[in-house]
Design a binder for this molecule. Structure first.
Ligand SMILES: N[C@@H](CCC(=O)N[C@@H](CSS)C(=O)NCC(=O)O)C(=O)O
Ligand SMILES: [Fe+2]
Length: 263
């Protein structure tokens, strides 16, 4: 009889970062698989996108940036589709809404919450640059893209030629840098070195859109992003003069997100 392994199968691995982003893309995207499932979900209150990704054959799934008020909707969909949620992941510690990762852990037992180590927030798994989150035949590579917050991660799926940028790159925009640990210079360098170096055809999925758009691509943003196409000095000036009102829920959301959305 087959013995049960003594240690659980490793689902978080680490990529050796001696290869460039372009080499990683070539190595890891060699076989695009039809077994991939992606569903973009929308939060009508905060304009947040949540992404459900799964391997249709093994049924293993991950959820990126779930929102507390929509956790039951997401859990129902995952159950209806017969998926097993391995990880409820955050791209960063959100300031405008409370994460649904804590609630999803109780709605779907066995789910692990995930966030970047540099966020300073609690979670079951803390990721750093180069970590790989595996689900079935697929994996997400964590790329550190600080600037909007210190702990911002972009999750890259080379096999499917796509990346989940959180608030680092928004469609024809980018995350603001005027609170949390925001730094326009840091954001500019993150985007230019970690996201704009991906192949032009890669689809980018942001954490928010306020104008009804759903996705973009590396090539489009390199050409048309009204902020990030500018030289660094001009970008910093744009970011320092945005004069946006603070998110309405910021005083409640940040403390709640420090503890994974569980008060
Ligand atoms: N009105 C919203 C907050 C809008 C906002 O500040 N969005 C953030 C992302 S959530 S931290 C942002 O970075 N926006 C950049 C931009 O250019 O709009 C609310 O009250 O919640
Ligand atoms: Fe944010």
């Amino acid at each position: 009889m087959l013995q049960k392994p003594l240690v659980p199968i490793l689902r978080i691995a680490r990529l050796l970062l001696t290869t460039s982003i372009k080499q990683q893309a070539r190595l890891m995207s060699s076989t695009r698989k039809d077994n991939f499932f992606l569903r973009q979900l929308f939060d009508t209150e905060n304009s947040t996108y949540t992404y459900l990704l799964a391997d249709k054959s093994s049924r293993e799934a991950v959820l990126i940036d779930p929102v507390l008020e929509f956790a039951e909707r997401d859990a129902k969909l995952i159950t209806e589709l017969g998926l097993k949620l391995l990880f409820a992941m955050n791209t960063h510690m959100h300031a405008d809404h409370v994460t649904g990762t804590g609630k999803l852990k109780s709605l779907l037992p066995g789910t692990k919450s995930v966030i970047g180590k540099n966020s300073g927030a609690q979670a079951d798994v803390h990721l750093v640059e180069g970590d790989l989150v595996k689900f079935g035949d697929f994996e997400l590579l964590a790329a550190a893209t600080p600037g909007h917050t210190n702990g911002c991660l972009t999750y890259i799926c080379h096999k499917q030629e796509m990346a989940f940028t959180g608030d680092a790159v928004l469609i024809r925009g980018c995350g603001r840098t005027d609170f949390q640990e925001g730094s326009a210079e840091t954001l500019y360098h993150s985007v230019h070195s970690k996201i704009f170096t991906l192949p032009d055809n890669y689809t980018l999925y942001p954490a928010h859109d306020y104008r009804g758009q759903t996705a973009t691509s590396v090539g489009e943003e390199k050409k048309f992003n009204p902020r990030l196409t500018k030289p660094l000095k001009e970008f910093v000036h744009i970011m320092n003069t945005l004069n946006l009102p603070y998110p309405q829920k910021i005083d409640m959301a940040i403390p709640a997100n420090k503890v994974c959305g569980l008060y």
